[in-house]
Design a protein around this ligand. Structure first.
Ligand SMILES: *Cc1c(COP(=O)(O)O)cnc(C)c1O
Length: 370
């Protein structure tokens, strides 16, 4: 029911906030285009599905669903603590990595504070900043979407509170090499909190890749973000975590809702964490798939950026929008670059061998006809 005389105003900042653009869900494309087979290569999900161990854990927990979940996700916390060689007080489990970004924003940002965000990158960092009336300060990536430590340092002012580093970066697949990360952290003032979003760490194969975890162990002002949504294949159940010095975790816990992570998510994540076979298989499928897509894109003459992640940023140029639409109509969902102000690009998640093959054959058909 629409009413004409509502006098209730939302906060002014909401007028400047753009909602997150998610990858199109499979059911929507099936319905819109009347398709049975739809392949989604749009949200960097694990094409192998969840770990079977996670599914078993969920099953066995179902009879206990009348109980509230553990406030601190203690079982998962203990498992993470052992894996990461970090005390439990240096870890916080969240409702997806996204919630950690919200908690960081709520715990640390005053109106007018500045948040340094490389650009293009994951949109939630700027979203969290705006929500708190803080100011995102975009720092463009250089040629080939490489990070520049000097550019990031030059953007820091008296008001800088947070610096976000997404490495490997979404949507470019590029990363900040280890020695550059160290130089950046050594050069920043200690009052600046650096958020190292290594959601895609498990896919990185470069020898000088650094997920930032060692800096947490050193007690630096660093928060490392991780998620169970990507390589662990649990995007639908919503669970991620942060690692940081205990003092920072204490501040984050102050703004957290008590039961932020549901019981099934806690159990599933703990089981997935222990399933090394599934992790290894997922890594292998991704590495082979990346290669398969590189070869296919090269053969079609479509430029791309080499990726340390489970997606590839391709640059079909003028044809990007047409390609995105045409593939959708054929049941292959990609992510348009428009949301990142990259109208000449599309982002392609790495699928199974079969899915990649289907994508490449639809791409070939499109290139021929356009
Ligand atoms: C997917 C993703 C996350 C976390 O996603 P959740 O599903 O909320 O855990 C965080 N950062 C980046 C860059 C991502 O791509």
């Amino acid at each position: 029911m629409e009413s004409n005389d509502l006098r209730v105003s939302p906060r002014r900042v909401l007028a400047d906030m753009t909602p997150y653009t998610a990858g199109k869900p499979i059911w929507e494309v099936q319905r819109e285009y009347g398709l049975d087979r739809v392949v989604k290569l749009a949200s960097n999900e694990n094409p192998l599905g969840p770990s079977p161990k996670a599914l078993e854990a969920i099953q066995s927990l179902l009879p206990d669903l009348h109980r509230y979940p553990d406030e601190r996700a203690f079982g998962l916390l203990r498992a993470l603590s052992e894996r990461l060689r970090l005390p439990e007080e240096c870890l916080i489990v969240t409702n997806g990595g996204d919630e950690l970004i919200t908690l960081l924003s709520e715990a640390y940002l005053e109106p007018g504070d500045e948040v340094v965000v490389p650009s293009p990158t994951f949109s939630e960092y700027a979203f969290g900043a705006r929500l708190m009336n803080a100011t995102p300060v975009p720092v463009p990536l250089r040629e080939g979407y490489r990070f520049s430590t000097d550019d990031l340092l030059a953007a820091v002012t008296e008001r800088t509170k947070l610096v976000y580093l997404c490495t490997p970066n979404n949507p470019t697949g590029t990363y900040l090499p280890g020695p550059e990360m160290r130089r950046l952290l050594d050069s920043l003032p200690r009052r600046v909190l650096v958020v190292i979003d290594s959601a895609y760490a498990h896919f990185a194969t470069a020898p000088d890749y650094d997920d930032g975890m060692a800096y947490v162990r050193e007690g630096r002002p660093v928060v490392v973000l991780q998620t169970f949504s990507k390589i662990y294949g649990l995007a639908g159940i919503r669970v991620g975590y942060g690692a940081a010095p205990a003092e920072i975790v204490r501040s984050l816990l102050q703004v957290k809702e008590p039961f932020n992570v549901n019981a099934l998510a806690q159990a599933a994540a703990a089981a997935a964490l222990a399933d090394d076979a599934h992790l290894e298989a997922s890594r292998r499928v991704n590495e082979e798939g990346r290669k398969q897509l590189y070869d296919g894109l090269t053969a079609l003459g479509i430029p791309y950026i080499e990726s340390m992640s489970n997606f590839i940023l391709a640059e079909p140029g003028e044809r990007a929008a047409g390609m995105f639409e045409a593939l959708m109509a054929k049941g292959v969902i990609l992510r348009s670059g428009k949301g990142w102000n990259l109208p000449r690009h599309v982002r392609i998640s790495v699928g199974t061998r079969e899915e990649n093959k289907l994508l490449l054959s639809e791409l070939a058909a499109f290139m021929k006809s356009s």
